[in-house]
Write a protein that binds this ligand. Structure first.
Ligand code: PMP
Length: 393
């Protein structure tokens, strides 16, 4: 009998089990809401990127249903062949207006936006200067581009500047940072990075996945938050988190966007969004403009929950956003903390190596505008009692 050539994968999974790092997927059995049913249990959900609660908003659902009735459930092709619908163009036009840029291209995900863009605009002759904690999709895009990758310590704009100064002046350079870092919830130092990029003629790029709908006026992102309009050449946003649906986009000048229409591989080789997704994104954009108080509520909840965790004595790291890590240290202990919280009715994901450094395992919490005070207070009470039982506080 043929031996299984994939047996080594099973061995590696066994290693994960031994280390206490094996995870089975939690299954969502209700709508994705502030309190959701996972694995048959109703839990306060602190593990979702649904920042504004839009995944279940009646207006988004209604627009998606209407789009299905009118246009069906799929586009049938990639954008560059026959899969560009009028609605896709309308979303790009509306997003460009929203971001105050000349143009926007929408991709199937934030991941595709980063990976597709970085790999398209750089070649093996170029250099990319990247924060050590930048998202995996940036790292993959950089590797695909075959550019030289220079990594600077997290948030260290001086180090980024030093690297830029040491590269040949003729070499094309891309300086790239997450706007909000997904594991620590802190902000990239945009003003200092923009200064450095300008000093050395680098392209400046920001991945605003966790800032879209969260930071800046009406959720325009960190470029708006820091007043950096016109100084960031490539802005990535996501439609999968605060916007409540699915997708990502790149905002910039017209030649960047037209170039991506011609060269970005997810645009050229992967089918475009179904009409329902695009219609719900358009409805979400309307809401950001008409009901900015949704974002105010997100921030009120963020302050309440973060203050509560700190008052209980937890180490919440360096967060400046609705993402608040509760630092634990050891990976297996973080996973155990997360499991015990879940049993007590709170879903906050344990995050360990390789997603974060080996000694920086944590339980990550994400607050949304849709959480009630009662839900957040319940979660704080559970964190307090489980944290004390485990000797974390
Ligand atoms: N960038 C960052 C910083 C992210 O956290 C994520 C989502 N995990 C993405 C990009 C990818 O976005 P999407 O889920 O839309 O693919």
């Amino acid at each position: 009998m043929r031996s299984d050539p994939l047996a080594y994968l099973g061995d590696q999974l066994e290693d994960l089990r031994t280390q206490g790092l094996y995870r089975s997927l939690r299954i969502l059995e209700s709508e994705a809401k502030a309190t959701s049913v996972y694995d048959g249990k109703s839990v306060v959900n602190l593990s979702s990127n649904n920042y504004l609660g839009l995944t279940t908003h009646p207006r988004l659902k209604q627009k998606a249903i209407e789009a299905i009735e009118q246009f069906g459930v799929g586009s049938g092709a990639v954008r560059s062949i026959s899969g560009t619908m009028a609605m896709h163009m309308e979303l790009e036009r509306r997003l460009a207006e929203f971001k105050h840029t000349e143009a926007v291209v929408v991709f199937q995900s934030g991941f595709a936006s980063n990976a597709g863009t970085v790999s398209a605009i750089l070649t093996r002759e170029d250099a990319i200067i990247s924060d050590e904690l930048n998202h995996a999709s940036i790292i993959d895009g950089a590797r695909l581009s075959r550019a030289t990758i220079k990594v600077y310590p997290h948030g260290d704009a001086d180090a980024a500047r030093r690297i830029l100064s040491e590269l040949p002046s003729r070499q094309r350079k891309l300086l790239i940072t997450d706007g909000v870092f997904s594991m620590d919830g802190d902000l990239g130092p945009l003003p200092a990075l923009c200064d450095a990029a300008e000093a050395y003629g680098a392209i400046m790029m920001v991945d605003d996945a966790h800032a879209s709908g969260v930071f800046g006026r009406n959720g325009r992102g960190t470029v708006d938050h820091f007043g950096m309009h016109g100084r960031v050449d490539v802005q990535v946003g996501t439609l999968s988190k605060a916007i409540g649906s699915l997708g990502g986009y790149v905002a910039g000048n017209r030649s960047l966007i037209e170039f991506l229409y011609h060269r970005a591989r997810p645009f050229l080789f992967s089918t475009s969004h179904p009409p329902s997704v695009t219609a719900s994104c358009l409805a979400a954009l309307d809401l950001l403009l008409e009901e900015p108080q949704l974002i105010d509520r997100l921030w009120e909840n963020t302050r309440f929950f973060k203050d509560g965790l700190q008052a209980l004595g937890f180490d919440t790291g360096i967060s400046q956003s609705p993402i608040t890590p509760v630092m634990v240290g050891d990976g297996a202990r973080a996973m155990q903390f997360s499991d015990r919280l879940f049993q007590a009715g709170v879903f906050a994901m344990g995050i360990a190596f390789p997603t974060v450094a080996r000694d920086k395992a944590r339980v990550r919490t994400i607050v949304s505008a849709a959480h009630t005070r009662a839900e957040l207070q319940f979660a704080l009470d559970v964190f307090g009692s489980v944290g004390r039982e485990m000797g974390i506080v």
